[in-house]
Design a protein around this ligand. Structure first.
Ligand code: L34
Length: 284
């Protein structure tokens, strides 16, 4: 039976550390970290995540600025808002919750965020810095996952890592962070010839696709670390991951639950990044 990786608890520890460091920054410089979160439309899941971010800010002693735009908002309106946040010295981090409504070009919006305030690390400048291995921020979900892996005490170095999913926000940066720690990384996607075999060869398996129960027990190596990034909703709105938890937990050595695994770490890393942005701003 696998050990459960308790993301909720690990995230709470990170957030407490961030709170103390933010207090220290405030006492030393008078600066209070500020995070602006933009939500366009009223996707119920996005609302929950944005609310969780707002709560985490309050608990860490940060200022948070919530900007709720209707789904009908234009791209120009959104970019004008980002421009004003870029210019606002009380805002150290800007996050535009994804996905955006179809008529808005996500890339154009991300590109409008000042790289110094890009606490998601989605801007091309930050993505490039991560690729090189010299960066200020790491993307929240992959960085949070690295902490979850570290919590097992098992080193990534030399391990076979399989990442399922190649999105810009999880799969691709995840592969890069595992590579930075000397993992041997395979990235799988919808055209992968034998997904089950790629997964079965993994010591560390990260599932980030968005398909409930995609990863079944026969796809998991005995003793593997299994990280579930999925945030799927079943018909009654209940959250479930990409991994068939009940079966896979019998084979894995460590496994993350959904909820209470990766999600809380995404938010903890966001707090860490916002503090980093405020610290960098204090040195200017
Ligand atoms: N710009 N868009 C931007 N940045 C991000 O980092 C995100 N992401 C993803 C979606 N869009 C984004 C998030 O915030 C996913 N995500 C996220 C954040 C928090 C949680 C899940 C996903 C979370 O709090 N999950 C809880 C359960 C919440 C519930 O009850 O639904 C958990 O325990 O997993």
């Amino acid at each position: 039976m696998a050990n459960l990786i308790n993301g909720k608890e690990i995230a709470a520890n990170v957030r407490e550390k961030v709170r103390l460091e933010a207090l220290e920054l405030k006492n030393r410089t008078g600066i209070i970290p500020g995070l602006a979160v933009i939500l366009v439309g009223d996707d119920p899941a996005s609302k929950i995540y944005v609310n969780n971010k707002k709560k985490a800010c309050a608990e860490a002693g940060f200022n948070s600025f919530e900007h709720l735009l209707p789904a009908s908002a234009s791209q120009d309106e959104l970019i004008a808002l980002i421009d004003s946040l870029n210019a606002d010295p009380s805002v150290h981090g800007i996050l535009c919750q994804l996905p955006l409504p179809g008529h808005i070009d996500e890339r154009a919006v991300i590109n409008a965020i000042s790289p110094e305030k890009d606490v998601d690390a989605f801007h091309p400048v930050n993505v490039g810095k991560i690729m090189i291995g010299s960066y200020d921020f790491l993307p929240c979900t992959p960085a949070g996952i690295m902490e979850l892996i570290h919590s097992t005490g098992i080193s990534v170095s030399g391990k076979k890592c399989t990442v399922v999913g190649r999105s810009n926000i999880v799969g691709k940066p995840m592969a890069m962070l595992l590579l930075h720690e000397n993992g041997t990384v395979t990235v799988c996607h919808s055209k992968t010839a034998d997904l089950a075999a790629e997964c079965r060869s993994a010591d560390i398996l990260v599932a980030a696709v968005g398909k409930a129960k995609l990863i079944t027990a026969d796809m998991v190596k005995e003793g593997a670390i299994v990280i579930d990034v999925g945030t799927n909703r079943n018909s009654d709105g209940k959250l479930c991951g990409d991994v068939d938890f009940a079966e896979v937990e019998k084979k894995a050595s460590y496994i993350t639950p959904v909820p209470g695994g990766v999600g809380p770490m995404t938010i903890a890393t966001l707090m860490r990044n916002t503090l980093t942005a405020a610290e960098l701003a204090s040195k200017k």
